[in-house]
Design a protein around this ligand. Structure first.
Ligand code: M6R
Length: 615
């Protein structure tokens, strides 16, 4: 994970770097640091454990003047989160400073070799090994720094996005990437920004160059951008424009990004369906699907690969594609799939689901699928992200930047896109009646209204959260389309409140987990009118009979469910396959309020990062 940012130009670098780091903190917040070269050509490095605010306090009275600099916010992989392991790392001679996002997998071997050459290491990071390898190559070959970087990177195995500055050279940043994201922002002619995420520097520029894996860039003040391959061949590059406004990156009056993002859902669903569902004809058009319709119609199977919340959305996708399209579906954790030697046929369609588009395991699963000749489709949020570029085609969910670590609006956007995809394919395949197609299509357009109505339950849910703030364990129950919703509800609670929660298929309870039930264990039961309604009701009765406390997420006014519930969250009803979208909203709010009551850092929960770019 980690976030990197850089600047070279005529402006004072430090405020730009700190601002960028704040916006990148979602990628990691164990430590932060900055390296700047001042007018005296000296290299100044400041770094400390903790968040960017702590770095800001630490450097408040320090000399941070200079117009070239690099900065880093860390999610620890190799080495504890402390001052020494914080980036930037300095080479042994103190000449070269480097920031790194990724993992150098063969760092032990490289370190052993450098040990023998007399290098001492201050930190326990893989990154310090790389900066010293660069220095060693430069010493031995007497070559320019960029040549040493190229040679060193050819020896490094793993993932990296690096930026390097050098004492005595206040005009230049050298950057390179392999499997970790990097965007180079173009300012005034000869002025450059660099970041792990273009959105983090959007107030300075909207024009970006995304360099590819195995490429290196030289950002030199007053000179044109140069991009090379690691074989020193010049590489042509293009500029992409990112239309994003600053307000999309700010809290907009909400206490937390997560709360803002939950409340944005009526609008994000509109953005997600805009121009894709005709309000007049209810016709659905997704270009990515339309342009590749034969791949879907001839698919032997659909295999979803995803992680975390995106994996939960994919489980709903499984229901949708099997139910509506009659295509066999498998849903895989990307991290398991890639190491399992899975059977993938050339006529399989692999759908990679990811909010960030940067999840390392999902990227690796895509690579595996491509090698087997399968058609790979992406469902992503971040435009121009690595996964969006690595897939054959795809559909963006268009829900805007999601900054809270806990995914909310991305989940509902992903399910919305999957529903549109399934309907479109089913119509061409003839596996759906015109009536059902139109019913679900119309229901998608009505969803924002229903979510708006559901959001009005916030006050009620906040009160309920007070009662359950100190429960030590929760169980979430659901069936059918809402079993994945139960998993997602439990994940939300775990990740932001640090309370143990398990999602369970309601009927499976009696095969073991029901033993956990007592008066101390609240069960959040999703009992909405659908094809498993009566069965779920019986499962909830079983829990109730054992003294469990029941919080039901249920259809507004359902007396039967009210009677067996201790607490109720009454939501409006839509067609069965869209109920997970409505139901997930109060579950997000419940988790949010419990976490706030417990004083947790809702947007940046401990040990987590928004974008998991390590394997
Ligand atoms: O960016 P992605 O959708 O690929 O991320 C996958 C997971 O890391 C992510 O969904 C994670 O589980 C969220 N923090 C859950 O809220």
């Amino acid at each position: 994970m980690c976030g990197i940012v850089g600047y070279v130009g005529n402006k004072t670098a430090c405020p730009i770097l700190l601002n960028g780091l704040h916006r990148l903190e979602y990628r990691g917040y164990d430590s932060a640091g900055v390296a700047i070269i001042g007018a005296d050509n000296e290299l100044k490095i400041y770094k400390c454990k903790g968040k960017v605010d702590e770095l800001e306090n630490f450097i408040a009275d320090k000399d941070t003047e200079g117009t070239v600099g690099i900065a880093h916010t860390r999610w620890a992989t190799h080495g504890a989160p402390n001052n020494i392991n914080a980036h930037p790392h300095l080479s042994q001679s103190g000449q070269i400073a480097m920031i790194h996002n990724g993992i150098i997998e063969n760092f032990r071997v490289l370190k052993e070799a450098l040990d023998k050459e007399g290098f001492d290491f201050r930190s326990s990071t893989d990154s310090e090994v790389l900066v010293n390898l660069i220095e060693h190559i430069r010493n031995v070959n007497g070559c320019p720094l960029e040549d040493a970087v190229r040679v060193a990177l050819k020896r490094a195995v793993g993932a990296y996005a690096i930026a390097i500055i050098e004492k005595g050279n206040p005009n230049r940043i050298i950057a390179a990437k392999q499997s970790s994201p990097m965007a180079i922002g173009l300012g005034e002619p000869g002025e450059y920004y660099l970041s792990s995420d273009a959105a983090s520097i959007i107030e300075y520029t909207k024009d970006f160059v995304y360099i590819n894996d195995g490429e290196m860039a030289v950002l030199e003040k007053g000179k044109p951008l140069q991009v090379f391959s690691l074989d020193n061949e010049p590489v042509a590059f293009s500029t992409a424009r990112l239309d994003l406004s600053i307000s999309q990156l700010e809290k907009g009056g909400y206490e937390h990004f997560m709360l803002k993002e939950i409340n944005e859902q009526p609008k994000t669903i509109i953005d997600c369906t805009r121009g894709r569902i005709s309000p007049e004809t209810l016709e659905i058009t997704l270009n990515g699907v339309a342009n590749n319709i034969d791949r879907f119609l001839n698919a032997r199977r659909i295999i979803f690969v995803a992680c975390g919340t995106s994996w939960h959305a994919a489980l709903i996708g499984e229901h949708l594609f099997e139910d509506i399209c009659r295509i066999p579906v498998e849903v895989e954790y990307a991290s398991e799939f890639r190491y399992r030697n899975p059977v993938i046929f050339p006529d399989d369609v692999v759908i990679a689901v990811s909010q960030s588009g940067e999840t390392a395991d999902t990227l690796a699963a895509i690579e595996l699928a491509r090698k087997s000749g399968a058609f790979v489709y992406g469902i992503n949020n971040v435009i121009g992200s690595s996964i969006a570029r690595a897939t054959d085609s795809g559909t963006y969910i268009h829900v805007g930047p999601e900054i809270g670590v806990a995914s909310t609006k991305a989940f509902t956007g992903q399910v919305t896109v999957m529903t549109m995809m399934a309907l479109m394919i089913a119509k061409r395949k003839g596996t759906v009646s015109d009536e059902y197609y139109r019913e679900v299509s119309a229901a998608l357009l009505k969803l924002p209204e229903l979510i708006e109505e559901t959001l009005k339950l916030d006050g009620e849910i906040a009160e309920m959260a007070k009662i359950f703030t100190y429960a030590r364990n929760f169980i979430y129950l659901g069936r059918g389309y809402n079993y994945p919703t139960a998993l997602e509800g439990a994940l939300k609670l775990k990740e932001i409140s640090y309370v143990h929660a398990e999602g369970y298929p309601a009927a499976e309870m009696k095969h073991g987990a029901i033993a956990l039930i007592d008066a101390e264990m609240p069960s959040v039961a999703i009992v909405t009118p659908d094809s498993t309604y009566e069965k779920t009701l019986s499962n909830v009765e079983e829990v109730k009979a054992r003294g469990g406390k029941i919080i039901s997420v249920m259809a507004k006014g359902d007396e039967l469910v009210r009677r067996i519930s201790d607490f109720t969250i009454e939501v409006p009803v839509t067609t069965e396959c869209l109920m997970p979208i409505v139901v997930s909203v109060p579950l997000q709010l419940l988790a949010y309020h419990i976490a706030v009551n417990k004083g947790r850092n809702v947007d940046q929960p401990r040990n987590l990062a928004k974008s998991v770019t390590v394997e």
